[in-house]
Design a protein around this ligand. Structure first.
Ligand code: GLN
Length: 487
């Protein structure tokens, strides 16, 4: 065996079932890896060392006494720091919630615990999940394991960097406009945003409620399928969660994609797209054709409006969701205040970082009387047109194959002072959030400089299985997902 921390979840489960590896050994190996490389990466806010060690030892004791354990019991998992986990801080990488300790577990955490997965830490992110580089964190940036001078993507950059650097076996993140897929592409890992409502959002700190979705971040598609099996399902605590049976996603991994029709949207090959990214998608199409799938050009005509639409809707929803951070009930409160209005002002001025403030102001503006029709209502109409583009495409193809990002990972500092540039990096990921559809980013290759390039697959609502099987089949043929950064 290689070092246990290098294993995928399903590999580690095989070793554990054969009694060749204990949960404690696996956790200890991951913790030692964290000690070794975390100084360079800064993927975590909190490493839950003692809790992880204790849980692992308990699982081993139960396994030794012949208890019937869930199949994935003992596998470590990192959790993005906007997902509530009782008794540990959930900061959202914001000064506003620096000391916030949730009194309850998110529904996904309840499921993780019930499955015997072992939370190993809470990961860094862009503040309140607003950003594409993990530079908007109040607690310092995360570095891309493939090149420490570059960003890991965002906002789930801590989770994707942790998986990429073997600082965990599994992770979860949240995706509102690309925050799982874009950093997965930048860190060369598998990142999956399921259909809106497939996984409960109860206990996920809200950014833009009609777009937010939790999803798996893993070393390969098989792990993503296994983790989705654990996380998916209806939850009465989330009124938007889908009440439909959950298929066995692992069983869908046949490796057979013969006859599958893939659509390649011409609008995704815009001017300015990096040549190596384009080539990577073309190469991927060839791989699929060799496997017996067919690739055809399709059109998603309203793509060019997606970024503007996304940034109207997500800021509007954010301005409403973030109104609760007023210093009254929880979170940061300013020290000195003259009256209640002064307290609100100072608390919010001091507690939020610049990107969060920008979005609250933008969102308040697009919702304000006099501008509502011109901005928010119009954005909702275009959202419908974007949904209809996908509906029409799925009349003739089973899934969409496209780039995940317009470029390989960019340098830290390169875009952080230019919000518009940063927003444009979501051009390929945000459209499907507007349509509520599932999308997965998987490693597609590397640039001449050795930087990761991802490809993206998009499917019809609730067709997670097709995307997972397409990803799995690609990973049987290629070994990009097995390459590791040198640290
Ligand atoms: N980068 C996008 C944004 O800044 C997406 C964020 C997300 O998916 N949480 O809004």
């Amino acid at each position: 065996m290689t070092e246990p921390y290098e294993l995928t979840a399903w590999q580690s489960v095989e070793y554990m079932q054969k009694q060749e590896l204990s949960a404690r050994e696996l956790v200890d190996s991951v913790l030692s890896r964290i000690d070794q490389v975390e100084g360079k990466i800064h993927a975590y806010h909190t490493v839950m060392r003692e809790r992880a060690e204790t849980t692992a030892s308990q699982i081993d004791a139960r396994r030794a006494s012949g208890d019937d354990l869930p199949p994935w019991a003992g596998v470590p998992i990192a959790i993005k720091d906007n997902i509530c986990l009782r008794d540990f801080t959930t900061t959202c990488s914001s000064k506003m919630l620096e000391n916030f300790i949730p009194p309850y577990d998110a529904s996904v955490v309840t499921k993780i615990n019930a499955a015997g997965l072992i939370p190993i830490g809470k990961t860094n992110m862009d503040e309140f999940a607003m950003g594409s580089s993990t530079e908007n964190s109040a607690f310092g940036r995360t570095c891309n394991p493939w090149d420490l001078t570059r960003v890991p993507g965002g906002s789930s950059g801590g989770s994707t960097a942790a998986v990429s650097a073997d600082e965990t076996i599994l992770a979860i993140g949240s995706d509102t406009g690309g925050s799982i897929r874009q950093p997965a592409a930048f860190c060369s890992v598998t990142g999956f945003k399921p259909t809106y409502g497939r996984i409960s959002r109860y206990g996920l700190v809200a950014f833009a409620s009609s777009l937010d979705q939790i999803g798996p971040i893993t070393k390969d598609a098989k792990d993503a399928a296994g983790l989705l099996n654990i996380l998916a399902g209806h939850d009465p605590c989330d009124s938007t969660s889908i009440n439909q049976p959950v298929p066995d996603y692992l069983a869908a991994l046949t490796g057979d994609v013969k006859g599958i029709r893939l659509g390649i949207p011409k609008e995704y090959f815009i001017e300015g797209i990096n040549a190596e990214v384009k080539e990577t998608v073309e190469q991927a199409a060839k791989v699929y054709e060799q496997l017996g799938a067919s690739c055809v050009e399709i059109s998603l005509p309203h793509t060019e409006y997606a970024i503007a639409t996304y940034y109207m809707i997500c800021t509007a929803e954010a301005s409403s969701n973030l109104a609760r951070y007023d210093g009254v009930v929880y979170g940061y409160r300013c020290e000195q205040q003259n009256n209640i209005v002064d307290m609100y002002c100072k608390t919010r001025s001091e507690g939020f970082g610049p990107e969060v403030k920008r979005r609250i102001m933008l969102g308040t503006y697009v919702l304000s009387a006099g501008f509502y029709d011109a901005y928010y209502r119009r954005a909702q109409k275009i959202r419908t047109l974007i949904q209809q583009d996908f509906d029409a495409a799925f009349q003739s193809v089973d899934a969409v194959l496209c780039p995940a990002t317009p470029s390989p990972p960019f340098k830290a500092g390169e875009k952080v002072d230019d919000p518009l540039e940063m927003y444009l990096s979501d051009v390929f990921t945000a459209p499907l959030n507007l349509a509520g559809l599932p999308g997965i980013a998987i490693p597609g290759g590397f640039s001449a400089d050795g930087l990761p390039i991802g490809i993206q697959l998009i499917g019809p609502a609730l067709c997670e299985s097709i995307l997972l099987n397409l990803s799995y089949s690609f990973q049987l043929e290629t070994d990009y997902h097995k390459k590791k950064p040198v640290l």
